[in-house]
Design a protein around this ligand. Structure first.
Ligand code: FES
Length: 126
């Protein structure tokens, strides 16, 4: 089952306007995540998509991790750098491997610790 990483591409962290403003912080993080996810060789499926605003604007960069029938998470407070992207994609792989979407804490990549904002239960079948 595919785990989706949905990245907010309009997030701008504090001080963003002091840079060149060519891309939002969310666009920078999205590009890094997309490149890593596309290079995965594992059999689990991790896909990415972008959206504009996850309504967590005060604590960007934000993203969500979801798969049908599994626990879903929103994460934030990321800086748009390689270390964050590596950790996010590694976590998404573990989420994809998990039947419930719950990844044991001992397996969490260091770079996602302290970044979880919400956990949502899967929607009931009916
Ligand atoms: S702009 Fe990214 S959460 Fe609102």
């Amino acid at each position: 089952m595919t785990t989706w990483i949905t990245i907010c591409d309009t997030c701008k962290r504090e001080g963003w306007e002091d840079g060149d403003m060519a891309l939002s912080d969310g666009e920078r993080l999205a590009a890094l995540i997309e490149a890593r996810a596309a290079a995965l060789s594992s059999p689990v499926r991790v896909k990415t998509r972008r959206t504009s605003c996850l309504m967590g604007c005060t604590h960007g960069c934000n993203l969500s991790i979801q798969a049908p029938g599994k626990l879903a998470y929103t994460l934030g407070r990321f800086t748009p750098d390689a270390e964050a992207a590596d950790a996010i994609v590694a976590y998404a792989e573990l989420h994809a491997q998990s039947a419930s979407g719950q990844v044991p804490y001992r397996q969490w990549p260091q770079g996602v610790k302290g970044h979880f904002i919400t956990r949502m239960q899967p929607i009931p079948e009916e």
